[in-house]
Design a binder for this molecule. Structure first.
Ligand code: TYD
Ligand code: MG
Length: 448
């Protein structure tokens, strides 16, 4: 395009701007007041900002990772530990936090052939050494420090090329000039801050273990989770030997991954084939077993509902339940009888949620009905299917809360089909969704 810069004129009296220079200003009627308007050259909207950067000019290489070599752990982290990044891992006492981190520490030391420091304010040298030998991770470069003085422990990092540091636990240490016992809010905050500073300063990854309170929050100040880059939750289900690792927050990866481990006599074993967990087992082909995903707080939990039907020898058939409310169980049995024509009058019925779990959630209605009907008919349900729905007295199948969360968990655990209410609005591609309106439709294969 030709240079078409238009000359503009401004009235020195009233500021009226025009492109044709006239003798008289049409706005204020003054004479001979127009002058050429010198427009300033176009400028960037912001200038002189020495402390900010344009985002597109930044180097956006993904962070280098230090893989711990424990596949399930690395996957939940988003590919491994990040140098300078701090992870906080919480979980019930005895769940295996110390075991997991000692395994990770030993593995990093061995893989990278660099020193790793495991600081323990909870156990003695001898106890840690015993555990290390039990899980066979006592490498040459794995250093342990036992004691509650964080400064003393961290001094070892100076001038030595450590690859990784673990702090067990943030509630067991003291640091700095802040007085107070370990575990007090001021101490926990100071210890956490000191670990964050230390990781950044040495540019090595750090993991802090944290105790949790009764309601599942990491004990200490609220801001603890904000101070770190990643928060992990390590949990177990009932009395099962399986352990689940989830990211609650992750600045370096997604929070969608689920890591599964099995606690064995020789430490935690990563479980890579999740389908073996719940439905590929020998007992999944048994009649009377149905799977569901219950919610505990906001945490989805896979649960196995088992029912047994035996011919009764009593006048009144027995109904026994564990993990499901007895009244609910009786009600569901009545609904199956009346609405689906699957009678239970001649049978004693037992229902049980495996693993000692107790489910209050109404989403257990549909799996309970499926399990009861399957037991009464002595026909196993299709393996790899989970059932999620509330059942009304008319036999209608109703939606459940947080279906999105449950379906995601089901897919992660390797289920291939979910039976849900037809009123469920959810869209999710990770699993085949079978929508049912009525219990009769859901149990069609059984109601022969
Ligand atoms: P631990 O790692 O001490 O748990 P946390 O640090 O979360 O409190 O694990 C303790 C439990 O794990 C304990 O009950 C014993 C069991 N365990 C095993 O079954 N196998 C093992 O190899 C180890 C080291 C522990
Ligand atoms: Mg411990």
């Amino acid at each position: 395009m030709a240079n078409t810069k238009i000359t503009k004129y401004i009235c020195s009296e009233c500021g009226h701007v025009t492109t044709t220079k006239t003798g008289k200003c049409p706005a204020c009627n003054s004479w001979g007041t127009f002058q050429i308007l010198d427009e300033p050259p176009p400028q960037s909207p912001v200038q002189n900002l020495p402390r900010v950067k344009i985002i597109s000019a930044l180097d956006v290489k993904p962070p280098a990772r230090i893989a711990t070599g424990i596949g399930e752990f690395d996957r939940v982290l988003g590919g491994g530990l990040v140098p300078g990044g701090v992870v906080l891992i919480g979980g019930q006492p005895g769940i295996g936090k110390s075991t997991l981190l000692l395994q990770a520490a030993g593995s990093v030391a061995k893989t990278y052939d660099l020193p790793v420091l495991y600081i323990s304010g909870e156990e003695s040298d001898a106890q840690i050494a015993l555990r290390a030998s039990r899980i066979n991770t006592a490498g040459e470069k794995l250093y342990i420090y036992s004691g509650a003085n964080l400064e003393d422990a961290l001094r070892n990092l100076d001038g030595n090329n450590f690859a990784f540091v673990v702090l067990d636990s943030v509630q067991a240490m003291t640091t700095g000039n802040d007085s107070g016992w370990p575990g007090t809010v001021t101490q926990v905050r100071a210890v956490a801050q000191r670990m964050v500073d230390c990781a950044r300063e040495h540019n090595i990854p750090a993991v802090m273990i944290g105790h949790i309170t009764k309601d599942g929050k990491i004990a200490g100040p609220m801001m603890l989770e904000h101070m770190v880059d990643t928060v992990l939750n390590f949990s177990g289900e009932g009395y099962s030997s399986y352990r689940m690792l989830r990211a609650v927050k992750n600045r370096y990866g997604s929070t969608d991954e689920l890591g599964v481990f099995e606690m064995s006599g020789g430490g935690l074993i990563p479980v890579t084939d999740k389908s073996g967990l719940y439905w590929n087992r020998d007992d999944s082909a048994v009649a009377g077993v149905a799977m569901t995903i219950a919610l505990e707080g906001n945490t989805p939990l896979a649960a196995e509902i088992q029912t047994l039907a035996v011919c009764t020898v009593f006048q009144y058939p027995r109904r026994t339940s564990r993990g499901i409310e007895l009244n609910r169980f009786q009600l569901l049995t009545a609904v199956i009888d009346r609405r689906c024509g699957i009678g239970a009058n001649n049978y004693d019925l037992y229902i049980n949620v495996a693993g000692g779990l107790s489910i209050q959630d109404p989403s257990a209605d549909l799996p309970s009905c499926a399990a009861i009907a399957s037991a009464l008919r002595n026909i196993p349900l299709q393996a790899g299917t989970c059932w999620l729905g509330e059942v009304g007295l008319a036999g209608e199948v109703r939606p459940v809360t947080r279906i999105d969360l449950r379906l995601k968990e089901a897919a992660r655990l390797g289920f291939h089909t979910a039976v849900v209410s037809s009123r469920e609005q959810v869209k999710f591609d990770g699993i085949k969704i079978v929508r049912v309106t009525h219990l009769e439709g859901a149990l069609r294969g059984l109601a022969t």
